[in-house]
Design a protein around this ligand. Structure first.
Ligand code: GLP
Length: 241
């Protein structure tokens, strides 16, 4: 495990973006696992800047997003498809057909999960999986539970997760109750995992996840078993290390 702490967000974002663009420069056909939420926005901004400077292109890259809400129209401001378009896809040359996000509006959600798993399998191993961290230790939308599911599946969101994400919606009632998420097995199969954690409110959970017991009660704790985990934290999140 490689833990890096940054005293400014700019440095953290540049570092995260540098790891991702460095990988794509070396291997333009890389398969990237992407995340949403507030945490990676600055990293995506830096990736866009690198693309605009002409130092990297994404024509041959494939991406898989971790998760999507169930039941939000694709163009809803808070759908993860819309988030990815706004923060990254609209600004780079990644062909949309190579940018995969589970379809939260599929009529048959189980079939959509199976389809997503098939696409992941066809693409081979994810080269780099970018991850944020939920306050309860969730990764993607894999919530704490007595057992975790390996592949893409439908999940009922925990109350605390809906509350945490309510800041992006007009009211708590508008936060979807379910989501589709890549499973922990798929996440752990990635060659490299880049976990990004920011803010004093995540200090305890990131410390528990990376130094506490490995347990399904804290899905991020399973990351301790990964052979190539890089963690980028701001000094607030990293204060207990
Ligand atoms: C969300 C997403 C996760 C994200 C996490 C933290 O619910 N499903 O992929 O990493 O919660 O979000 P944030 O970065 O906004 O704190």
């Amino acid at each position: 495990m490689n833990l890096l702490t940054f005293d400014t967000h700019t440095k953290l974002h540049e570092s995260g973006a540098g790891i991702i663009t460095g990988l794509v420069q070396t291997n333009p056909r890389a398969v990237l696992g992407l995340a949403t939420g507030g945490t990676p926005v600055g990293i995506y901004e830096e990736i866009v800047k690198s693309y605009q400077r002409g130092v990297v292109h994404f024509r041959d890259t494939t991406t898989f997003n971790l998760d999507e809400y169930v039941g939000l129209p694709e163009d809803h401001a808070e759908s993860y498809r819309n988030y990815m378009n706004t923060h990254l896809f609209n600004h780079i040359d990644l062909p949309r057909a190579q940018a995969h996000i589970p379809d939260g509006n599929a009529v048959d959600a189980q079939a959509e999960c199976a389809h997503y798993n098939m696409l992941l399998e066809q693409a081979g191993q994810i080269d780099l999986q970018l991850l944020g961290l939920g306050h309860n230790g969730h990764i993607g939308f894999n919530e704490p539970d007595h057992a975790l599911i390996s592949g893409t599946h439908v999940v009922e969101l925990r109350e605390e997760t809906r509350k945490a994400n309510a800041r992006f919606f007009d009211s708590m009632e508008q936060v979807p109750s379910h989501a589709l998420t890549m499973g922990v097995g798929t996440i752990l199969k990635a060659k490299m995992i880049l976990l990004v954690v920011k803010g004093a409110d995540k200090a305890e959970i990131v410390h528990r996840a990376l130094t506490g017991p490995i347990t399904t009660d804290c899905p991020a704790s399973l990351l301790q078993t990964h052979p190539h985990l890089v963690v980028l934290m701001d000094s607030e999140a990293g204060r207990l290390f």
